[in-house]
Design a protein around this ligand. Structure first.
Ligand SMILES: NC(=O)c1ccc[n+]([C@@H]2O[C@H](COP(=O)([O-])OP(=O)(O)OC[C@H]3O[C@@H](n4cnc5c(N)ncnc54)[C@H](OP(=O)(O)O)[C@@H]3O)[C@@H](O)[C@H]2O)c1
Length: 292
């Protein structure tokens, strides 16, 4: 990539940031389309978030992604939120538009695109068990509700956070059936049945010592399992799904599509999905080799 005086900067704000895969897919996309853009990682100190966001416009940065732990904290420093970011209460993409900072959230739609491609089951009317109630869970839950999901069961370690998410969903989706389970509650085997989809939105499964997040005997061949984790590519939950012969996907597809949607917000151009996918897969396989 040739950096010149005309290169436009986009990037990602997070802390830590070393692990991010986003630069690979975005820079591959810019190169494939010969766009004069460069995507950079910014490791932002917690106390410097406001100053960093306020520097975006003066430095001429065209837009940034926002990742852990700033997706909610960044909101007070923005001029406007789009509908998804407002509903979810978290921002993963900032766009600079006519000198104003606009917050978007592409995580939910990124999940839906990956789900449709990899799981390929109708969402309308279906029951989903969402494990977790953090920013990613909120994005996924609102996106599923918008797609007409029939029922959402939320199971989170901090049950109060699960209740807040359930209340926020109820206020916006009147016909959606919603319930909240205690994290270690028994009886999940009777609640989750054929045709249901289980989605892990927690970070449990990233470490090889992590426990299985659900009892293994609840899996049935007609179910599907999604894990938002993409490193490692196969968590204990997904290993269980594979061994049970059921449909499953990891978080790489969601990462790809949320990034593609950010790319389209910044450039106004259609994202070169296959180029971005190849870049992610290439890098993910290297990461896998490094951790083995
Ligand atoms: N594939 C993608 O594109 C994509 C996009 C976004 C996020 N993600 C992944 O999704 C995961 C969550 O991200 P986030 O932004 O939602 O983070 P977050 O807002 O910090 O939420 C973390 C969630 O995980 C739960 N959790 C954490 N440690 C736990 C443990 N030991 N036992 C049980 N529950 C635990 C938390 O429960 P409490 O409420 O009880 O703390 C909370 O529900 C991360 O692994 C992230 O990498 C993937």
């Amino acid at each position: 990539m040739l950096i010149t005086g005309k290169t436009r900067i986009v990037g990602i704000f997070g802390n830590p940031i070393e692990q991010t895969m986003s630069p690979y897919m975005h820079n591959a996309a810019f190169e494939a389309l010969s766009l004069p853009y460069c995507y950079l990682p910014f490791n932002i100190n917690h106390n410097d978030l406001e100053a960093s966001v306020r520097s975006i416009i003066p430095l001429g940065i065209k837009g940034v992604n926002i990742t852990i732990p700033f997706k909610m904290k960044v909101i007070p420093f923005l001029d406007e939120l789009d509908r998804h970011a407002g509903l979810i209460g978290a921002v993963n993409t900032i766009e600079v538009r006519e000198g104003r900072l606009i917050g978007h959230n592409t995580d939910g739609n990124g999940f839906i695109k990956a789900f449709n491609e990899e799981i390929d089951l109708p969402i309308a009317g279906r029951r989903f068990l969402i494990i977790g109630a953090g920013g990613a869970a909120r994005a996924v839950a609102f996106a599923l509700a918008e797609e007409g999901a029939g029922e959402i069961i939320i199971k989170n370690r901090t049950v109060e956070k699960g209740r807040v998410l359930a209340d926020d969903l109820r206020k916006n989706f009147f016909s959606l059936k919603i319930s909240v389970m205690e994290f270690n509650a028994y009886g999940i085997n009777n609640l989750i049945t054929d045709g249901d989809v289980i989605i892990n939105t927690t970070s449990v499964g990233m470490k090889s010592s992590d426990p299985l997040i659900i009892p293994p005997d609840i899996l049935r061949p007609s179910m599907a399992v999604c894990d938002l984790i993409y490193n490692p590519p196969e968590t204990p939950l997904l290993r269980g799904a594979r061994k049970s012969g059921i449909r499953f996907m990891n978080g790489l597809g969601m990462l790809l599509y949320q990034g593609a949607l950010s790319f389209e917000i910044w450039t106004g151009l259609k994202a070169p999905i296959e180029v971005m996918r190849e870049a992610l897969i290439r890098e993910a396989s290297k990461t896998k080799c490094r951790t083995e």
